[in-house]
Write a protein of this length. Structure first.
Length: 80
């Protein structure tokens, strides 16, 4: 799909969500619960205000511990 997509472990992506910013561009959040991590792809307009092409910034893996404040007992140590 994009250069760099083979750098992700797609087999372990369990879920994806996306949300739009105030300009209608999406941020995609890909979850890998097996390895307790996630990464993001952020869409942006390249040549505002025309926006005939988009830029996708592909983020690196981050621990799901940094994603949110998880309930007590959740985390990588409890995944079997």
């Amino acid at each position: 799909m994009f250069p760099g997509t083979p750098n992700y472990d797609w087999v372990n992506v369990n879920n994806v969500i996306f949300y739009q910013n105030e300009f209608g561009w999406d941020t995609h959040v890909f979850f890998d619960f097996k390895n307790w991590r996630y990464f993001t792809w952020k869409e942006e307009c390249v040549n505002y205000p025309d926006c005939s092409s988009i830029k996708v910034t592909m983020g690196s893996y981050k621990s799901l511990d940094t994603f949110m404040a998880w309930p007590e007992g959740w985390g990588i140590k409890n995944i079997v």
